[in-house]
Design a protein around this ligand. Structure first.
Ligand code: MRU
Length: 345
């Protein structure tokens, strides 16, 4: 990797986030001092991508604890609950958010005295572990690609969506390093254009050849040949291996099956929700219709038209060839195989 892209940092006693809404035209860092603003940053897509949301929430808890302890050094554990609930309500689908809040919550339970140092260390640990997991998954995923080929990815599961390096793009980075990638096709990913704005930017930074596709073009591109894998991230993986990811992933997986293209899902175990048996129980975020009806703040759809803006879909496990986590690879996922992988230490 050349200059590492790290979208989240703790500096000057503040949380700093790269504003992903304005990339790649502008590189702007925004600073956060309180948990409520951090929750808004998650809802408003300043920061997005499942692992990045979890890491951000962990730092949000540090800010919440600082404020609560300043207010009352005896009642801060009670006071902080409101901010924890606000952070938890910021987005519903990526389970990494709830995973990180639970981990910070356990840390809170064990603290006596000023909590800031301990919680900051835990948030930084969550961040570092995520980068490390991505590098491990990068190598594991790259080893599944046996012949040099082109790949299709959807949305942005890159450094920007994580603590750094990326999940799907982590595999692509590692496979590119190993000479296994011909070209990356990136779906543009309506309505937030994470593919054209963020994935393409990350690939260009590292001189990895990237071609954008309209979201509806992937099946047609697969038909022309040369595509070996669809490689995507995930927001939540159910106990049976069903995969929630950015809307459009499901039809990409169906098209892949039809064309004999393999599907790889790359996600840390913080994305796996063993409390949920199947994808049917994954809460899917419904975002505002305006995101589809308008473009760049300007109405484009006919007045009177409505829009159905589900931000994620669920790809059934039988359409997935491999789930790659930092604990290992699950091929042709089933509930039994997922449970076995999660039990690995
Ligand atoms: O709405 P977003 O941009 O948060 O959606 C992101 C995705 O769907 C990613 O593919 C997923 O979070 C995996 S990120 C490593």
């Amino acid at each position: 990797m050349t200059d590492a892209i790290i979208p989240i940092k703790w500096e000057n006693d503040q949380l700093q986030l790269i504003d992903q809404r304005v990339l790649p035209q502008e590189t702007t860092w925004l600073a956060y001092d309180d948990a409520e603003s951090v929750a808004h940053a998650i809802t408003d897509m300043v920061v997005r991508g499942a692992p990045a949301i979890g890491i951000t929430a962990a730092f949000g808890v540090v800010l919440a604890a600082r404020a609560a302890y300043t207010q009352s050094n005896s009642d801060w554990k009670q006071i902080i609950k409101k901010d924890m609930a606000t952070l938890a309500a910021s987005r519903p689908t990526a389970v990494n958010l709830f995973w990180a809040l639970e981990r910070m919550g356990k840390c809170i339970d064990s603290i006596e005295g000023d909590p800031v140092g301990t919680l900051l260390a835990e948030a930084k640990k969550i961040h570092e572990e995520d980068i490390h997991a991505n590098q491990t998954m990068g190598d594991l995923g790259a080893s599944l690609i046996k012949e040099k080929c082109s790949v299709i990815t959807h949305c942005n599961a890159g450094a920007l969506a994580t603590g750094g390096y990326g999940t799907a793009l982590g595999v692509i980075r590692s496979a590119w390093r190993d000479g296994k990638i011909e070209r990356v096709y990136a779906d543009e990913t309506r309505p937030w254009l994470q593919g054209s704005r963020l994935t393409a930017w990350e690939m260009v930074q590292e001189n990895i050849p990237v071609t954008l596709l309209c979201d509806g073009a992937s099946a047609h591109r697969m038909k022309q040949g040369g595509i070996g894998w669809v490689i995507v991230g995930s927001d939540r993986i159910a106990g049976n291996g069903d995969v929630a990811n950015k809307i459009g992933t499901y039809h990409l997986a169906i098209a892949a099956k039809h064309h004999g293209v393999k599907v790889m899902v790359v996600a840390p175990t913080s994305t796996v929700d063993m409390n949920i048996k199947s994808g049917a129980d994954i809460p899917i975020e419904q975002r505002g219709a305006d995101e589809i009806l308008s473009l760049g703040g300007k109405r484009i759809a006919a007045e009177g038209a409505e829009a159905w803006n589900q931000a994620f879909d669920v790809t059934p496990a039988e359409l997935v060839d491999a789930i790659v986590t930092e604990k290992g690879v699950v091929e042709n996922p089933t509930a039994e195989k997922m449970a076995k992988m999660m039990a690995n230490s």
